[in-house]
Ligand binder design. Structure first.
Ligand code: AP5
Length: 212
């Protein structure tokens, strides 16, 4: 079961990727988390992408595709994987296909732009394991602390309102076209992302034909 989760910034891709990973026992692969980890480690890759990410711009396609191709070649992906945040452009989608990374279902989590700012201002993330929370919709058990690894939660730098607006523009300009691309391949399922987290998850499970 190879899945892609599409959606605007804040649509809930990371949240759903983690839930699906648990239920389907396949890894969630978040390019955003992998790039943030590279920045935190101070690696050459991290130094190359930091400014772009802080400004809410996309990092170059070839950089992302190399990371993803390496990640999905690992043994834990042999039964499937969930791509969260990739592909993000048509050339990325084409590159995945050229490298033989085939996809069974593409889920687009649909949410109105007007809802996104509230999601982002309330988001808290774990810099260690990448888990994402919301102070109202999905709070951690202990205020400010990650349920999964006990790390202090922080606010992402690119969640500043003006950066979120820029990221949304990038989504509409470069990523949304992927919906037409995957619809033409007969793989696209649209899911209403305005519902509560558990309901969105149930709808995705039904859309991919998994047992709820
Ligand atoms: P990335 O980390 O992928 O960011 P994004 O796509 O902008 O998405 P987000 O992580 O902001 O949102 P999400 O949809 O995962 O929502 P979440 O579940 O957290 O990318 C960051 C940057 O990395 C990019 O800008 C770019 O620079 C670079 N990058 C990454 N991939 C790239 C690629 N392929 N190509 C080029 N560059 C790339 O939810 C948001 C909040 O809402 C949370 O607080 C959550 O708790 C809450 N929430 C979730 N669902 C619900 C719900 N149903 N109801 C109420 N609240 C909810």
């Amino acid at each position: 079961m190879n899945l892609i989760l599409l959606g605007a910034p804040g649509a809930g891709k990371g949240t759903q990727a983690e839930l699906l990973s648990e239920k389907l026992s396949i890894p969630a692969i978040s390019t955003g988390n992998m790039l943030r980890e590279a920045i935190a480690n101070g690696s050459a890759l991290g130094q190359k992408v930091k400014k772009l990410m802080d400004e809410g711009c996309l990092v170059p396609d070839d950089v992302v595709i190399d990371i993803v191709a390496e990640r999905v070649s690992r043994p834990d992906c042999s039964n499937g994987f969930i791509l969260d945040g990739v592909p993000r452009t048509l050339p990325q989608a084409e590159a995945l296909q050229e490298r033989g990374i085939l996809i069974d279902h593409v889920i687009s989590i649909e949410i109105a732009d007007a809802v996104i700012e509230g999601r982002m201002t309330g988001r808290r993330v774990c810099g260690k394991c990448g888990a994402s929370y919301h102070i109202i919709a999905n709070p951690p058990k202990t205020d400010g602390v990650c349920d999964q690894c006990g790390e202090q939660l922080t606010i992402r730098k690119d969640d500043a309102p003006e950066t979120v607006r820029h990221r949304l523009g990038v989504y509409h300009q470069l990523t949304e076209v992927l919906k037409d691309h995957y619809a033409a391949c007969g793989q696209l399922r649209l899911i209403d992302g305005n519902k509560p987290i558990a309901d969105v998850n149930r709808d995705i499970m039904e859309a991919i034909g998994a047992q709820v």
